[in-house]
Design a protein around this ligand. Structure first.
Ligand SMILES: [Zn+2]
Ligand SMILES: [Zn+2]
Ligand SMILES: [Zn+2]
Ligand SMILES: [Zn+2]
Length: 277
């Protein structure tokens, strides 16, 4: 066929980039389990041939296909696993238990930064422990028992207000079926008390809890009250950043002096669930 005839048949040359993009997105659509998650090794099948992710197929001996209800078989789909490995990446914490996979790109970096399986460091200065959020309480109870507080309410008695030295307190609160880091400090450079509460775990859950620091004057007649309320902070934001932002309990010593009784103040902390409306 010469050029003229081709034009008459209106066959247009196709750009190869467009084709590979189309193939990619078609394959990506196919690489989904019935539960909408991406398929990634190990990929198993049901007796009718539906391919299933490991969330839906593990352990195969006890699982039924979410799509058709037939039993899941042991055999893996190795060809599909090989394709998936070229198009998708798994979270770096996969060996720790995270099953998240997604197309290569920025999304995984965001996920890994807040992954529930990421390692946590112990805050104790000389402790080299790192572990996952769900092992944190056990470590704290074993090695730093005095830093664990069970309950959602605590009174911090702070003495020597007149000539306050630096202060740094950190506790792991175990309450409301969750864990919270509580930090209360006094910084001489800022002449201010700072306090904040972080939710340990899923950053999307931090907004479901709130904390309040409250200081009342002992003297009933004057009835002075200083109070700060806020939703708990995500644990991917460090306390230094939180205190630096002043989006937390900030109580200057110049005000604290008016609340002092015998050179001491009581700071009341309460953690609670945010009421669902
Ligand atoms: Zn699935
Ligand atoms: Zn099926
Ligand atoms: Zn992860
Ligand atoms: Zn430790």
């Amino acid at each position: 066929m010469d050029k003229l005839k081709l034009e008459k048949l209106s066959i247009k040359p196709v750009s190869s980039a467009v084709v590979s993009e189309d193939i990619n997105s078609t394959v990506m659509q196919t690489l989904r389990c019935a539960c909408k998650r991406y398929l990634y090794a190990p990929i198993r099948q049901c007796r009718s041939g539906h391919c299933l992710c490991s969330h839906c197929s593990d352990p195969p001996s006890r699982r039924m296909c979410p799509e058709c209800g037939s039993p899941v078989i042991q055999a893996r789909n190795l060809a599909l696993e090989a394709i998936a490995a070229k198009l998708l990446i798994a979270c770096v914490y996969r060996t720790a238990g995270c099953l998240e996979v997604m197309p290569q790109g920025y999304g995984m970096l965001v996920h890994e930064h807040q992954c529930l399986y990421r390692p946590y460091d112990c805050f104790a200065a000389k402790c080299a422990w790192t572990g996952q959020a769900h092992t944190l309480l056990a470590h704290m109870e074993k090695s730093h028992r005095e830093r664990v507080f069970v309950g959602f309410e605590k009174v911090f008695k702070v003495k020597k207000i007149e000539n306050r030295e630096e202060m740094d307190m950190m506790f792991l609160f175990s309450c409301l079926n969750n864990l919270f880091w509580v930090k209360l400090i006094y910084r001489k450079t800022d002449t201010t008390f700072f306090g904040a509460v972080q939710y340990v775990g899923n950053i999307n859950t931090a907004g479901k809890y709130s904390y309040s620091f409250e200081v009342k004057s002992e003297d009933e007649k004057s009835k002075k009250l200083f109070r700060f309320d806020r939703k708990t902070h995500e644990d991917i934001v460090s306390f230094d950043v939180i205190f630096g932002s002043h989006d937390c309990f900030c109580f200057p010593i110049s005000i604290a002096k008016y609340f002092a009784e015998s050179d001491a103040i009581s700071i009341n902390l309460t953690i609670q669930s945010v009421a669902q409306h």
